[in-house]
Design a protein around this ligand. Structure first.
Ligand code: ADP
Length: 443
């Protein structure tokens, strides 16, 4: 039987199907290729099926250790029961100096524990830089693991510290530039997003609730962390250069050669930002539509199975009217399911917003050329003034909305040569309708 959890897996498997040949990491945390490094890191996490996030974390800890010429790295997570920071992932060049999986910090390293739990980064080039409290409480355990230089950054989910990610040397000392520390903090942020996705999915398995909204939000979170960083940099540089130009112009006798150089920089930074956006587009485009003939009824039946638990949980009566004819369309089963699922989850939200009837129905209509799937709800009805905007990315009227659901529906349906529309029903609620070209059946 399919349930939310297995459907979630199917959806993520699909997203990662082209990942079979995992590419080696080509960029590094130091130097110019950092942008690419972050891109590779976030996209591997985004693409990893939830049950492979752990392997991906191990792989990236190893990559970072080797890339920075360090000796070891580890990720500790807060244990839900004890509240203790416990090492969950660990990699080192030499087994002798590996931080053991399961090592808890509360007893063995209380200073480290409380500093990291407060969200602060701990960085030292020499052990002697650490404060006296460290030597009073932590040194005994720490000495066993012979640190020379180390950086440990907080790993957060939604602003809350949930773990710590550390890297260090045991053979020789080294210094950590503020830039590298900042970069590792960003890496910690991306790890946090990946953990969030894993956690969210574990919760889904328990609750069988709202699968798509959650995974979508967290995937977007991972992308946003990387994108924000990549765009902030050139945008900041453009502003600085523009201000510089303003100063030069105001000086009365601007040096044309310098002005030309500054304009050149602005153009370069602008191109870089454009490339980043293009890269993101192609990232999404990679999940190409593989079309196979599908019975629409089976596609909707599958979605019904996925959301039945949610409907019960949210006290929504859910109906499905399938026509006798078994209309077929050419499509990607998972993507079409995702599109219908998004409409159904929105319908659930709409009927949950007000008291009274909580009814959602899905119907299919097929004629010679067209197949239609309509999702109708008894909610407040989409505001006519907003209909023009609801399919735009990031448009939302919900306090916790992402505004990506309908944008994803539209892009999937467009890729299938179809259309999606919304209307307010004459009595109550709204109807969202997908129209797809029907496959001509040979008789
Ligand atoms: P989100 O659900 O995160 O807000 P969507 O793109 O799925 O993002 O939806 C965008 C907006 O469209 C919603 O915030 C809501 O205002 C409106 N909307 C979508 N579905 C419905 C519906 N069934 N009834 C009323 N309004 C809807």
């Amino acid at each position: 039987m399919h349930n939310s959890a297995s459907a979630q897996k199917m959806i993520s498997r699909k997203l990662h199907s082209e990942r079979a040949n995992r590419r080696p990491v080509t960029a590094s945390l130091e130097g110019k290729s950092f942008e690419r490094f972050i891109e590779e890191l976030s996209s591997s996490f985004v693409r990893a099926p939830v049950d492979e996030i752990g392997d991906e974390i191990d792989r990236w800890i190893r990559e970072i250790v080797l890339g920075l010429d360090l000796d070891r790295g580890a990720l500790a997570q807060i244990d839900a029961k004890s509240g203790n920071l416990v090492v969950r992932h660990s990699w080192s060049r030499d087994q002798l100096v590996k931080l053991p999986i399961g090592l808890g910090f509360t007893q063995s390293a209380p200073w480290f524990n409380s500093t990291l739990m407060s969200g602060r980064t701990v960085a030292f080039s020499k052990v002697s830089e650490l404060p006296p409290e460290f030597f009073e409480s932590d040194w005994k355990t720490y000495r066993r693991y012979v640190p020379k230089s180390n950086v440990t950054v907080a790993v957060r989910i939604g602003g809350e510290v949930v773990g710590a990610l550390g890297f260090g040397t045991v053979k020789k000392e080294r210094t950590w530039s503020p830039r590298l520390i900042h970069r590792l903090e960003l890496v910690g942020e991306i790890f946090g997003n990946a953990l969030e996705r894993r956690l969210a999915t574990e919760e889904i398995i328990l609750l069988r609730n709202e699968l798509s909204h959650m995974s979508r939000t967290t995937v977007m979170g991972e992308l946003t962390a990387s994108l924000t960083h990549q765009l902030n940099q050139p945008i900041g540089a453009i502003l600085m250069n523009a201000e510089e130009m303003q100063k030069m112009l105001e000086s009365g006798q601007p040096d044309l050669e310098s002005l030309r150089a500054v304009v050149g920089d602005i153009i370069q930074d602008d191109l870089r930002a454009t490339e980043t956006i293009k890269g993101l587009r192609s990232f999404f485009r990679k999940s190409e539509v593989e079309k196979t003939p599908l019975y629409l009824r089976d596609v909707v039946a599958e979605v019904m199975r996925i959301v039945r638990g949610d409907a019960l949980f949210r006290n929504v009566s859910l109906a499905f009217e399938a026509p006798p004819s078994r209309g077929r369309v050419a499509g990607d089963r998972i993507q079409l399911q995702q599109a219908i699922l998004n409409l159904v989850l929105n319908a659930f939200d709409a009927v949950s917003e007000k008291d009274g009837l909580r009814e959602v129905s899905i119907s299919i209509g097929v004629d010679k050329d067209e197949a239609k799937i309509a999702v109708r709800d008894s909610g407040n009805g989409v505001d006519p003034a907003m209909i023009a905007h609801i399919f735009e990315p990031f448009f939302t009227t919900k306090s916790k909305g992402m505004g990506m659901g309908l944008a994803i529906v539209r892009s999937i349906i467009k890729a299938h040569g179809g259309q999606v529309s919304a209307r307010r029903n004459p009595d109550r609620g709204s109807t969202f309708e997908i129209t797809l070209p029907a496959l001509q059946e040979k008789i």
